[in-house]
Design a protein around this ligand. Sequence first.
Ligand code: THG
Length: 266
Amino acid sequence: MIIIGEKINGTRKMVAKAIQDRDTAFIRQLAEEQAKAGSTYIDINAGTPPAREPGDLVWLLENVQAACDLPVCLDSANPEALKACLEIADKTPLINSVSGEKTRIDGVLPLALKYRTNLILLALDDAQGIPETSDGRMDIIQRLVDLALDGGLTQDQLLIDPLVTAISTGTENAVIAFETIRKIKVAFPMVHITSGLSNISFGMPLRKIINRTFLAMCISAGMDSAIADPCDKDLTGTLLAAEMLMGKDRYCMNFNKAYRSGRIGA
Ligand code: THG
């Protein structure tokens, strides 16, 4: 599983304050704990206005690089901020993200191609927003994968986000995500599939139970990455159990190791 640790996100109040105050210790702590908990990438999202974002995102990147050995996931649509980070990143980042929107294709895709980064592709565009059907989402994904491969990236460098909408606003919304995941696996066997988990449960009680169950069901449909909090032991336990049950954990080694080291369990 490719785990993208989501905790350094400026939409969270504590992180916004740490960015404002340049609280280096706080950000380094978040990077370190997510690295220890098994992250593959550390997501950084400054969530600040465009004029401040390049400086803020570079500051976050410098602190993550000082705190751990993991590459970052650059969670920004701002070409200036992305470029500044790509110039100083010491490991190949993951760019989050390019969609079918013209501003992203013109402003972000060329940076991913130039720096040969890994790249998240989102199933939405200017004309349709997020399509209501899995076939509508596949049309956009097909176009974006073609652009990325024509530009020299490999399938293995791509993570596709089928995009998740709230179950409270549409009975079929999780099913559409499962269908999209299955179709991506058939069309592009070597790409990775990722998703955030919290959109599914907007407007519902007991959100963590819904998020965790959704994660297990996405993994069973073929998802092999998640944007999540790896320090959440219940969530990580569900993730490792689902992966093991899918036949992707030889001798149950990952699950047992995580249990023995205290990453999962009470
Ligand atoms: N797809 C892609 N990128 C994404 C998302 C996605 N980036 C942003 C987001 N979704 C994933 N990241 C986060 C980061 C933090 C939180 C949720 C998602 C979070 N939320 C708390 C909650 O939901 O309760 C509230 C905030 C807080 O703790 O203060 O922490 O889908 N490609």
